[in-house]
Ligand binder design. Structure first.
Ligand code: ATP
Length: 239
């Protein structure tokens, strides 16, 4: 059974045309799938539709076999689908410890949430545990991403959706962020990774899904996709 599945997913904003135009996805448990594509191709909109922040106009989303299409975002988290947005993903005026506490409070009631999961998450990100009193706003971009991952992982999710976690990071921090994603997967979490940094994403992903104008134009093992070949695909004329 796929950890995450989408069937004929369509979504858009307000009265505008569909931006996500019939996307299918079947993601194996504990895999990393990267969603790549040109600017404005609908990658963020797709991941927001999976998370329930943008309503699906058609199609379905399921997590570990459970249909969550009609569920609001918080219920999807409870169903095992956690989401880290591209921006504003931590509370800058709160400390690391307070951010983690708030996430735990929000998640109260979901199985697996609590002190043990907090310990497990801090083992994954020891640099956070060492600085619990530091304000999130004082962290580097890379450390802030770690805190955002950690907050999402407190839900003990089956699936983690990441929207461009390397955006705005220096090459060193891009590498660290990708390493962190690999560590997260090693704990049994399935990761869907939207990335602009195609080369970095392909290095850690099992599978690549190329989205062009809201449709899947290629789905292939990441090792078979060369960033150099993607230009033609990204800028191909789409019907
Ligand atoms: N809140 C919004 N309201 C209206 N249109 C939007 C909104 N967010 C995105 N769009 C439009 O949806 C289209 C796809 O945007 P989206 O951010 O999903 O693409 P993307 O592939 O993630 O792009 P990028 O790589 O630049 O982040 C764009 O034309 C964009 O203008």
């Amino acid at each position: 059974m796929p950890a995450l599945a989408a069937r004929g997913l369509r979504a858009g904003y307000g009265r505008g045309a569909d931006i996500v135009r019939g996307v299918d996805l079947d993601q194996a448990p504990e895999s990393i799938v990267t969603v790549i594509g040109p600017n404005g191709s609908g990658k963020s909109s797709f991941v927001k539709t999976l998370a329930g922040l943008l309503p699906a106009r058609a199609g379905s989303v399921s997590v570990t076999g459970r249909d969550v299409t009609a569920e609001p975002p918080a219920r999807r988290v409870a169903a095992g689908l956690a989401y880290v947005p591209q921006e504003a993903n931590v509370f800058p005026s709160l400390t690391i410890g307070e951010n983690l506490k708030l996430a735990t409070e929000f998640l109260r009631g979901r199985a697996g949430v609590g002190a043990e999961q907090r310990t497990r998450v801090l083992e994954l990100f020891p640099e956070l545990g060492a600085r619990l009193r530091t304000r999130a706003g004082d962290l580097s971009g890379g450390q802030r991403q770690m805190l955002a991952f950690a907050s999402a992982l407190l839900a003990a999710p089956e699936v983690l959706l990441l929207d461009e976690p390397s955006a705005g990071l220096s090459p060193k921090f891009v590498g660290e962020t990708m390493e962190a994603i690999v560590r997260v997967r090693q704990t049994g979490v399935t990761v869907l990774l939207v990335e602009q940094n195609v080369a970095a994403a392909l290095r850690i992903a099992d599978e690549a899904v190329v989205l062009v104008a809201g449709q899947v134009s290629l789905r292939a093992p990441a090792k078979d996709v060369s960033p150099a070949d993607l230009g033609d695909l990204f800028f191909a004329k789409v019907a």
